[in-house]
Design a binder for this molecule. Structure first.
Ligand SMILES: O=P(O)(O)O[C@@H]1C[C@H](O)[C@@H](CO)O1
Ligand SMILES: O=c1cc[nH]c(=O)[nH]1
Length: 338
C-alpha cells in the first residue's frame, strides 16, 4: 500500500520512510549494486545534502549530466581533483554527485531501474535526505511526433495500457499505481523555453519490457506480425493518447510514488515510430537531442535552488573526489535543501 496524501503530510520532517520493518533489525545494509553500505560508509556525511536524483540509461549520460550541472550551478571541485564514479566498483551502475545533485545510470529496462530504485531509496533513507525529487532523463520512440521532441510523461502505462507496475511477489501479483507527480510535471512544462528550436510536449508514455517486438518493431531477430498489424497497433496507441514509448517509466513512477517521493519522467524522442523502426540519425544529432531533457531538468533545479536562496555559483555540499589510495569525501559546506 502506498502512503496516502494525509500520511505524507504527517511527515513534516520530509525524511524518506521505508515501508520495510525488517531493515531496522539488520546490523548493516549493504547497497550491493552501488558499492556502498550503511556501516562501511558514512552515508549521512556523503549524501545527506542530496536534493535531486537524476537517472538515465547510460553511464555516459550520468557523467555528462553531472559535468553539465557542475557548469550550470557553478560547482567547483577542489584543485587537483576530478569528478568520480562513486559506484564504479559495483561494475553495475555509475553514480556522480555534484552538490545537491546525484546523477545515476539505471541501465535498460524495468528490472534494472527497479533494483537501482530500491537501493537509491534506501540510500536516501540512510543518508537522512529530506524531500528528494527524482527525475528520469531518458530517450524514447515518439508516436506521431518528430525525433528530437522532448516529452514530459503525464502518465505511464504498461504494454497492455494498464497504469500500474505489476510485480509477482511470493507467487502473487502485487500492483503498484504508476503515478506521476502532476505538480512537478506542470512546473516542468512551464519551464520549456518557447525559443527552443524543438517542441516540448506532455502526454501518455507506454513502458514496455522489450525494445523490439514489445514496441511493435519489425527489425528485431524475431517478428510475429506484419506491417499492417504493426501500423494498426501504433495508430491505436496514438488514438489512446500515447505520445512516446520507453522502458523504465512504469517502475520509476510506481516505486517513487510508493516511497512518497516526487518524480517526473522527461525523455527525448529518437524517431517517430509511425515513420519507421530504425534509429538512423547521425551520432552528433542524437547526442544533441539527448541534451534537451537535461536542459529542462537543469532549469527546474536552478530555479528551485534560487528560490531556496541558494546562490548559483557557489560550492555545494559534499563531493566525492579521487584520492591516491581510495575515494574520500571532501567536506566543503554541508547544507540541506528541503
Ligand atoms: O534512458 P534510456 O535512453 O536508456 O531509455 C530508453 C529505454 C531503454 O533503456 C533504452 C532503449 O534503447 O533507451
Ligand atoms: O524507440 C525507442 C527509442 C529509445 N528507447 C526506446 O525504448 N524506444
Amino acid at each position: 500500500m502506498s502512503l496516502s496524501e494525509e500520511e505524507l503530510d504527517e511527515y513534516h520532517d520530509g525524511l524518506v520512510r521505508l515501508q520495510n520493518p525488517h531493515l531496522e533489525l539488520m546490523d548493516q545494509d549493504i547497497l550491493y549494486h552501488l558499492a556502498l553500505g550503511s556501516e562501511s560508509h558514512d552515508l549521512v556525511e556523503m549524501f545527506g545534502d542530496v536534493k535531486f536524483v537524476c537517472m538515465g540509461g547510460t553511464p555516459k549520460r550520468a557523467e555528462q549530466f553531472a559535468q553539465y550541472m557542475m557548469h550550470e550551478i557553478g560547482h567547483k571541485l577542489p584543485t587537483g581533483t576530478t569528478l568520480v564514479d562513486i559506484s564504479q566498483y559495483s561494475y553495475r551502475y555509475a553514480m556522480y554527485k555534484v552538490g545537491p545533485i546525484l546523477s545515476v545510470s539505471h541501465g535498460m529496462g524495468i528490472p534494472s531501474v527497479g533494483i537501482l530504485l530500491h537501493e537509491i531509496i534506501k540510500l536516501m533513507y540512510h543518508a537522512k535526505v529530506r524531500n528528494p525529487i527524482f527525475f528520469r532523463i531518458g530517450t524514447c520512440g515518439g508516436i506521431g511526433v518528430d525525433g528530437g521532441t522532448v516529452v514530459i510523461s503525464e502518465e505511464a502505462v504498461d504494454g497492455l495500457g494498464q497504469p500500474s507496475f505489476d510485480l509477482p511477489i511470493l507467487g502473487k501479483v502485487v500492483k503498484r499505481p504508476a503515478k506521476v507527480d502532476k505538480r512537478l510535471m506542470r512546473d516542468l512544462k512551464l519551464l520549456a523555453d518557447p525559443n527552443d528550436p524543438y517542441p516540448t510536449i506532455s502526454g501518455k508514455t507506454m513502458c514496455t519490457t522489450d525494445f523490439y517486438e514489445g514496441q511493435g518493431r519489425m527489425d528485431g531477430a524475431f517478428c510475429c506480425f506484419n506491417e499492417k498489424e504493426k501500423m494498426a497497433y501504433l495508430e491505436h496507441l496514438r488514438d489512446e493518447g500515447v505520445v512516446n514509448i520507453e522502458m523504465e517509466s512504469l517502475a520509476f513512477t510506481a516505486l517513487t510514488h510508493h516511497a512518497g517521493i516526487r518524480s517526473a519522467v522527461v525523455c527525448v524522442t529518437l524517431l517517430d515510430r509511425l515513420k519507421g523502426d530504425q534509429i538512423n540519425y547521425p551520432k552528433e544529432v542524437l547526442d544533441e537531442w539527448q541534451q534537451r531533457p537535461q536542459k529542462l531538468v537543469s532549469s527546474y533545479i536552478k530555479k528551485f535552488l534560487k528560490k531556496k536562496g541558494r546562490v548559483i555559483n557557489e560550492n555545494f555540499g559534499n563531493i566525492a573526489v579521487k584520492s591516491p589510495r581510495r575515494f574520500k569525501l571532501v567536506q566543503q559546506e554541508s547544507e540541506s535543501y528541503d
